[in-house]
Design a binder for this molecule. Sequence first.
Ligand code: NAP
Length: 259
Amino acid sequence: MAVFVPLTGRAAIITGGSRGIGRGIASVFVEAGMSVLLAARDEDGARQAVDELRSDGGEASYLVADVADPDAGETLARTALDRYGRIDVLCCNAGIFPQASLREMTASDVDRIVAVNLRGTILSVRACLPAMEKARWGRIVLTSSITGPLTGHAGWSHYGATKAAQLGFMRTAAIELAPHGITINAVLPGNIATEGLGGISDEYAGDVLQRIPLGRLGTVREVAHAAFFLATQEAGYITGQTIVVDGGQVLPEWPLAVT
Ligand code: NAP
């Protein structure tokens, strides 16, 4: 007997699925037999991700969309229903993390990060609800962060605010969605090795590694497997909760506590 009820034939929307953590989630979902609709702004990147997922034998397609666009969620939901006839899982993963100190931050910096990371999450969830409510089944997984909910990082106060706000949204949404058989949970990644880390110096990387008890960066697949668990039938009694995927980074009470 399988450990998990197979998710074969189910359909998932993954915002920001063209690279990084979202791309990792897409791979794991496709390997589990799910059809995946990716959303990203850059068409070339989205097409390449879909080509790779298909060449591995999976069903995937993309929609070019900016989740900051108020209509993006509705378009995504409609596209998934047109292509796959169902929306079983929504991963609100698209996010931006521009650096700005409080002194230099502009109102438009704040508006943009809130529009992508928070409003994009809320409106994507809202758009998928009719299909999930009809099916009386749904799994929603947010990609939050340790930054904001659990830790702070100079230069990312607006980012941390959006990542903590995602969890504030999640906790009330969980209560509203529970009667419909829909769960909503979040993964909180620590420092995950993505293509974007190419721009980070060896010095910074070495510094970070010394502070992570498991002594390495996480992989996108390690975040993806946590998201996958939350998408399963078996995770059906978990809602409004978080899974921290950070190699123990938030545990040491000060740097010398790491051996
Ligand atoms: P990434 O490598 O930069 O990938 C971001 C993905 O989101 C891309 O597919 C990107 O495609 C898409 N995207 C960005 N803005 C978008 C928008 N406005 N509308 C639609 N799609 C958009 O980032 P990542 O590191 O994988 O991060 C993914 C999520 O994990 C984010 O929410 C981030 O806050 C969170 N996170 C990451 C880490 C980490 O260490 N990497 C740690 C904690 C939390 P386009 O550019 O083509 O739109």
